[in-house]
Design a protein around this ligand. Structure first.
Ligand SMILES: NC(=O)c1ccc[n+]([C@@H]2O[C@H](COP(=O)([O-])OP(=O)(O)OC[C@H]3O[C@@H](n4cnc5c(N)ncnc54)[C@H](O)[C@@H]3O)[C@@H](O)[C@H]2O)c1
Length: 283
């Protein structure tokens, strides 16, 4: 896609971080923007910010883990703006710890948002885009955690591997059945966003007795995530990479830093049939 003016982009997790940066950059190309997010106050502020910048922007409070909510989002976007040309399945959350210590609520929360959010986006928007019969693009936010597997973040890695696999399958299916709808997968490294404070949006039904297990491993990984995110790159850089990939119809949007090396080491292990090397990304 090369022409953006007057087209419509829907971005989940659009009230903060990478989602908000994509909203601002798409708006600067003259697009109409629908920001969807579970955090109502932050969403209002983000919509106000885009409108101040001159954008036509709609905010829809949406919990992407719920199929009905994402279907309602798709219908609202179409009613408001007539069509949707770019969908960014971007909402995501993080928690960490040892896989046998983390609660079932931790597993359900991360998989419900990070995987099911993308599934719901695909099921609600792809048929609409195919029906529009025009150039469209879907961007699924995975992570460099989709091509590596480190300790203490296993649920997150598992969820992002699923997003990568779904996106690759979707790429092939669209190429065969609906080639006007393109797809990319965004795999960021450390980006300076609110992800280390994802607990702010953990719904009540994942917060019951025993749902949040304090442990040394969790404290360690949350602390190290907060540090790496605080020194991470600006979300605007991600938005620019995404826009470029949409223009070039490029599927993989990968980081260039130590995470890429960690992914190579993992592939080398698989090719050689070696046991996994512990090779954390070096900045
Ligand atoms: N920041 C990083 O270092 C990094 C690295 C790799 C991948 N990512 C991925 O980037 C994406 C965006 O995260 P971010 O880093 O901008 O963090 P962020 O916390 O700044 O933004 C995430 C947004 O998702 C929203 N959200 C959470 N649960 C939701 C739900 N159920 N329904 C709808 N919205 C929901 C949050 O309210 C928030 O506005 C996520 O998928 C994340 O996994 C981030």
């Amino acid at each position: 896609m090369n022409e953006f003016a007057n087209k419509t982009a829907v971005i989940t997790g659009g009230a903060s971080g990478i989602g908000l940066a994509m909203g601002e950059l798409f708006a600067a190309q003259g697009m109409k923007i629908v920001l969807a997010d579970v955090e109502a106050g932050a969403l209002d502020a983000a919509v106000a910010r885009l409108r101040e910048q001159g954008a036509e922007c709609l905010g829809v409070v949406t919990d992407v883990s719920k199929a009905d909510a994402v279907q309602a989002l798709a219908e609202r976007a179409r009613t408001q703006f007539g069509a949707v040309h770019i969908l960014c399945n971007n909402a995501g959350v993080f928690t960490g710890g040892l896989l046998w210590e983390e609660s079932l609520a931790d597993y359900h929360w991360l998989l419900d948002v990070n995987i099911w959010g993308v599934v719901h986006g695909i099921r609600s928007f792809v048929p609409m885009m195919i029906g529009q019969d025009c150039d469209c693009h879907i961007v699924n936010t995975a992570s460099m955690a989709a091509v590596t597997a480190m300790p203490y973040s296993g649920i997150y890695h598992m969820s992002k591997h699923a997003v990568l696999a779904l996106s690759e399958s979707l790429y092939h299916e669209l190429a065969f059945h609906a080639p006007k709808v393109k797809v990319s997968v965004l795999c960021p490294e450390s980006v300076d966003t609110g992800i280390a404070a994802a607990e702010r949006n953990r719904p009540a039904h994942y917060r019951g007795d025993g749902d949040i297990v304090e442990s040394g491993a969790r404290a360690l990984v949350m602390d190290s995530l907060a540090q790496s995110v605080a020194t991470g790159i600006h979300p605007r850089v991600m938005a620019q990479r995404v826009l470029e990939a949409i223009r070039e119809e490029r599927f993989y949007i990968l980081s260039q830093d130590g995470w890429r090396e960690a992914a190579h080491t993992r592939l080398d292990d698989i090719r050689a049939g070696r046991n996994p090397t512990f090779a954390p990304p070096v900045a």
